[in-house]
Design a protein around this ligand. Structure first.
Ligand code: DAH
Length: 373
């Protein structure tokens, strides 16, 4: 880039201006293409835009001096435009810009990367309190030799109700406010789809697939047409359990659940079993644990009873084995017996972590969730 003579501008019509400014732009572009280092860039800048001897200034002054008054405005505008084009060439040709575009560092390190800046700390994820509780419960049964199964959330009437000994129109169906899939009136009742109201249908699905002996826990999401409040949510979670073998008795059920509750809430927790009703177990029971907040003395949490009801269970009703035998003949109630249980995980998580509103478990509120990280 040597200081050249100033080109002459002799004609001032549009075509002549286009030609002269076109030539200037071409030499700007040629010079810009030769820039490699930060040093080249600075030289280019001084050569064209230098305040005292910059080429743009000298040419501008020379051309404007000889131009007739009526052409001065057009020439001024073209110089402004050219200045912008030179600045653009400078930006595009800046070594750090070029390096960023190429994804590598060219020129001095400080241009491309400042290694003294603090790093970005990645946010650590954490298990959701529900999933954590689910894993904890499942883990307790795995250590007792249970395996883990899952089943569909959109279920047929047959698996959710009929095979579990809830006959069509039986009042026991009303205890589970069911969300049904619309527009299935033409199908036979047992094939109609609904959102499962409990994880119990997976008991049937598992037995149909596997002959006894069977020990399985089934964690999963269930749905009911319940209005949301502090203790109800239309979506919640359960862990189902099923054990089938020869000579399984109610004492096995009691021992298993008593041990599981002690593992979950601490060895000082006591359990007691109350007669109850579920269509798929006979006899059926509700299990209560001694209140973990007041150790059974009586407080607001246990409504001053000293006990908290936590799950349902019972001995598998022979009628249920009857449905399974259509597909898996080994489930002969004369030869085998079994117990089943089902517990709500949301409630257990709320008790364990002192959560007072079930809605928080489904809110996705980071301020709540971060407390479990
Ligand atoms: N399915 C029952 C419910 O959602 C809970 C239950 C009770 C499951 C007794 C069982 C059981 O397996 O034996 O209300």
């Amino acid at each position: 880039m040597s200081q050249e003579t100033i080109p002459q501008l002799t004609a001032f019509d549009v075509a002549a201006l286009d030609r002269s400014f076109g030539e200037l732009l071409r030499s700007v572009q040629q010079e810009a293409a030769r820039m490699v280092s930060a040093d080249d860039r600075e030289k280019f800048r001084l050569y064209w835009l230098g305040r005292k001897q910059g080429r743009l200034k000298s040419i501008g002054e020379a051309w404007l001096k000889t131009a007739p008054v009526e052409a001065k405005k057009a020439i001024g505008q073209r110089f402004n435009q050219l200045k912008e084009q030179i600045e653009q060439a400078l930006d595009a040709g800046s070594p750090s810009v070029a390096a960023r575009a190429a994804g590598r560092s060219a020129g001095p390190i400080s241009d491309a990367l400042d290694i003294t800046l603090p790093g970005i700390r990645p946010g650590l994820g954490a298990e959701h309190p529900l999933i954590k509780t689910l894993h904890e419960v499942v883990g307790i049964f795995e250590r007792m030799g249970y395996s883990v199964g899952i089943g569909p959330e959109v279920e047929t009437d047959y698996y959710n109700f009929e095979s579990l000994n809830f006959p069509p129109n039986h009042p026991a169906r009303d205890t589970q406010d069911t969300l049904v899939v619309a527009g299935q009136e033409k199908k036979p009742l047992r094939e109609r789809l609904l959102l499962r109201t409990h994880t119990s249908p997976v008991q049937i699905r598992t037995m149909e697939q596997q002959p006894p002996p069977l020990r399985i826990v089934i964690p999963g999401k269930v749905h009911r047409n319940d209005a949301a409040d502090a203790t109800h949510s239309p979506i919640f979670h359960q862990v189902e359990g099923l054990c089938v073998d020869t000579n399984i008795t109610f004492s096995d059920l009691k021992g298993t659940l008593d041990h599981a509750m002690k593992e979950l809430f601490g060895s000082s927790v006591k359990t007691r079993f109350f007669p109850s009703f579920f269509p798929f177990t006979e006899p059926s029971a509700d299990v209560q644990i001694s209140c973990i907040f007041c150790s059974g003395k009586g407080c607001r949490k246990c409504k001053h009873s000293g006990w908290i009801e936590l799950l349902g269970c019972g001995m598998v009703d022979p009628a249920v084995f009857g449905f399974v035998r259509e597909k898996q003949s080994a489930y002969d109630p004369k030869k085998i017996s079994g117990f089943a249980f089902g517990m709500g995980i949301d409630r257990i998580a709320m008790m364990k972590y002192g959560i007072s509103d079930i809605g928080l478990l489904y809110s996705g509120d980071m301020r709540f969730l971060e407390q479990f990280a």
